[in-house]
Design a protein around this ligand. Structure first.
Ligand SMILES: *Cc1c(COP(=O)(O)O)cnc(C)c1O
Length: 368
């Protein structure tokens, strides 16, 4: 049995009529590009802000741009440092470097894999301007601790919520706890467009306004350029797809959680280390990441069986080529150890019981 890591096609089949109709509306109106009052983009921004319980949502071309534009909104650049987790996708640190600042890595928490709040303060210097926690794999980062540190040191908090649409931290949607939250709507994310797309939520009108300006050539209206910005706009087609999908996000998230419960139940008597979450949060399981011994051999055996397992991520960021000169593995012992053991199993709302049972029996065979 071939098991894909995610299957976006099932979702399209199940909602084909409403998605095709939405695409058709955009084409009929030729409302292709965001930025200048595109009705589809505006509609999605309003709906997503409401879903998150934020005052504003502003969209852009992708979730890496949204981090970068946010950093610019807060005036972060040359000479500044931004604290980021060691274990995350490269966008988190890349955006910091692109604006001219320096990413400063903090090790992962051994149980939750998100940034370890106890290791943040030792990395703060007079140059530190912001902390960028990541709600990794769909699990909210420890925001209370992070906000306390930020207040004590007068730092901006930008939440990278690219993997955590709809996750809750003590009843609040992620993205609304810090100064702003950044989302990716890459097709494979929990809420995905039909191509690259991104955006932010914030309760600060000045941040939302500046974000829109930067993302659309520094204009506040056509040909009224208040600054140099860039071209990073959400396309009408993506906005229409996202608005169509948004009402389904809650049921899809519920299904992800149920699917994970089945995985957990089937794996609980095995040596496989299962994901855990602190109390008071809702993990939305963008990824189902377990730990196994001899991970590379297990990975190969699963692949031989046509089960598309992946690794998020094979290297912690400090050890990647652009950063590794400055770092030693002893400085990030948790992230370093995790990257040798973690394995992401196939997960999407529509994955069946039989498919999960097959993944689990294959995994048990592979580890024994
Ligand atoms: C996906 C992702 C992003 C941004 O992704 P884009 O592909 O640029 O939309 C940023 N941070 C994390 C943690 C991500 O997983």
């Amino acid at each position: 049995m071939k098991i894909p890591f995610v299957d976006l096609h099932i979702q399209y089949e199940q909602h084909k009529q409403e998605i095709d109709a939405a695409l058709q509306r955009v084409i009929e109106k030729t409302a292709f590009v965001g930025g200048n009052n595109n009705p589809f983009v505006k509609e999605f921004e309003e709906k997503f802000a409401e879903y998150c319980g934020a005052a504003f949502c502003a969209s852009c071309g992708n979730g890496t741009d949204s981090l970068e534009i946010l950093l610019k909104c807060f005036g972060i650049g040359e000479g500044d440092e931004v604290i980021v987790p060691a274990l995350t996708w490269i966008s988190t640190s890349e955006s910091v470097s692109t604006v001219g600042a320096t990413p400063v890595f903090v090790d992962a928490h051994p149980d939750f894999y998100t940034i370890d709040p106890k290791k943040i303060e030792e990395k703060i210097t007079p140059r530190t301007k912001a902390i960028m926690p990541v709600h990794l794999y769909g699990l909210p980062a420890p925001m209370d601790e992070i906000m306390d540190i930020a207040k004590a040191h007068n730092l901006i908090v930008i939440e990278d919520a690219a993997q955590a649409h709809g996750a809750l931290y003590k009843g609040k949607r992620v993205g609304t706890i810090g100064h702003a939250g950044s989302f990716s709507f890459f097709p494979g994310k929990n809420l995905g467009a039909y191509g690259d797309a991104g955006g932010i939520v914030t309760n600060d009108s000045a941040v939302a306004e500046k974000f829109r300006m930067i993302a659309n050539h520094g204009q506040i209206k056509k040909h009224d350029h208040r600054m140099e910005g860039r071209n990073s706009r959400m396309d009408g087609i993506h906005a229409a797809v996202l608005s169509t999908k948004l009402p389904h996000l809650e049921p899809w998230t519920q299904k992800r959680i149920e699917r994970v419960e089945l995985y957990n139940q089937l794996l609980k008597e095995t040596p496989v280390v299962l994901p855990t979450a602190p109390d008071d949060v809702r993990h939305v399981y963008h990824l189902y990441v377990v730990q196994v011994e001899n991970r590379d051999a297990v990975y190969a055996k699963m692949r031989e069986k046509d089960i598309e397992v992946l690794i998020h991520y094979p290297n912690a960021l400090p050890f990647l080529l652009p950063y590794k000169e400055k770092h030693r593995s002893e400085d990030f012992p948790v992230a370093h150890t995790l990257t040798q053991k973690i394995l992401s199993l196939p997960l999407y709302p529509e994955i069946t019981d039989d498919q999960i049972r097959y993944v689990v029996s294959s995994l048990i065979e592979a580890i024994s």
